[in-house]
Design a protein around this ligand. Sequence first.
Ligand SMILES: C[S@@+](CC[C@H](N)C(=O)[O-])C[C@H]1O[C@@H](n2cnc3c(N)ncnc32)[C@H](O)[C@@H]1O
Length: 262
Amino acid sequence: MTSEQSQEYDDAMVSLLEQVWGDGFLSPGGPDEIRMIVDGIELSGKTVLDIGCGTGGIGQFLAESFNPEQIVGVDVDPGLIERASNRAKQMDLGERLRFECVVPGPLPFEEGSFDVVFSKDAMIHIGDKEALFEDIFRVLAPGGVLAACDWMSSTEGPFSAELEKYIELEDLGFGMGSPARYRKAMAEAGFNDIQMTDRNAWYKPLVSKECEALSGPLYERLVKTVGQEFVDHSIDVWHALKVVVDRGELRPNHMRARKPAL
Ligand SMILES: C[S@@+](CC[C@H](N)C(=O)[O-])C[C@H]1O[C@@H](n2cnc3c(N)ncnc32)[C@H](O)[C@@H]1O
């Protein structure tokens, strides 16, 4: 993996995102969206890697709901890994749920280490999609499954002024790619049964509600916890996000692919 990003999600950002999207979630959709991403995949007794695990809410949900043998969450941000590890300690699942800080670049796992690789809205930070999917393919066991979601641009560019504005305001070290590029990178890495599911129509009404909530019912509480300047800036970011989601230029997509069995 190639990303220089390492501590963009500071305390204020985490607090704000979790108040909008739920405890342990730094992306939209909560448990319903996770259930949909892994729908139909056998997780019971399996080993699962979560790339870009954030504060660990997804790892917790997967561990509580699907009885995997082990979930390992990795992230490049030590502050987030500390939060996720505290979450795991409280759950007292020992080695069944653990979180590791990694450096950007190849994953620190042997070939064939996992039955399932999961990721939610983290690949956007990794510009080299081709290297990313080659590495995911490597760490998956034969017959293993990739089940993920990410924010994708509708094209490889050039991007509209509106999308450039959103990327600049968000300032989170994004390296966006289109669904076509993800699909090609997965195929070239050796994956079969590649499926992409566009979630733009689902997120469109939700992003409007999030904008309303930030300026309305959530505003005072957010100002108390993270300060007015940051909340007002976040409202600007969210409105820029809403514009590019409405225009169809930023599209959450689910993806599913399988490493061929031996
Ligand atoms: C939008 S957050 C999503 C977190 C979590 N998956 C969720 O949905 O709640 C993106 C995450 O990707 C992590 N990240 C950024 N670059 C990464 C990399 N090269 N490898 C792994 N994680 C990375 C960030 O630190 C952050 O936790």
